[in-house]
Design a binder for this molecule. Sequence first.
Ligand code: C5P
Length: 212
Amino acid sequence: MKNPLIIAIDGPAASGKGTLSRKLATHFDLPHLDTGLIYRAVGQALLQVDLPLDNEELAAEVAQNIDFSKLDRKALSVHEIGEAASKVAIMPKVREILLQAQRDFAAKGAVLDGRDIGTVVCPNADIKLFVTASPQIRAKRRFDEMIERGRTQDDVTYEAVLADLKVRDDRDMNRKDAPLKPAQDAHLIDTSKMDIETAFQTVLDLVKHTGL
Ligand code: C5P
């Protein structure tokens, strides 16, 4: 197999791209970077000290100090932090600061997942995937996850999660800088009616056919 192998996985929230990325990283013995976590870390840092989420200079300063080796997935997976992340992610200065560090991470071979990996961060990736699913299915997955983690149906509803997800999709797809969209050479994987194992096997077949 050619080295270093770079696998770029993009897609909207709750499409299944995170689980798929982790499985692929394990299978190919590659490091994995969930790039959503870095935007989440910027959002979290601002929320923690009650700073506004619409000040580009402040957010850029915070982004400078994000330590990629200290991203706490569990703490960062809170729904509100995802919302904050998508607000700071529209800022060109924040994206520019985080771009080089993501490329450095990819340089020795890696699986990266996010919104702009195949289009901006790693346009020369060996394999590009765009993982998606219907908004209703994604909202249901997110809602079930939240209930599993202890939220109750009194403080969160499926309808509210679906509405938030649509707002986030819209913000991610329509921002000027590095919007969420499939790279021209990305393989589309719709997980609406697919479990993760089937998605994983689909990608392995793809890799085999690519001859990597
Ligand atoms: O994937 P996750 O839901 O953790 O991402 C949180 C937010 O971070 C996204 O909604 C998006 O606005 C932003 N993001 C991004 N570019 C990436 C990864 C995430 O803009 N490569």
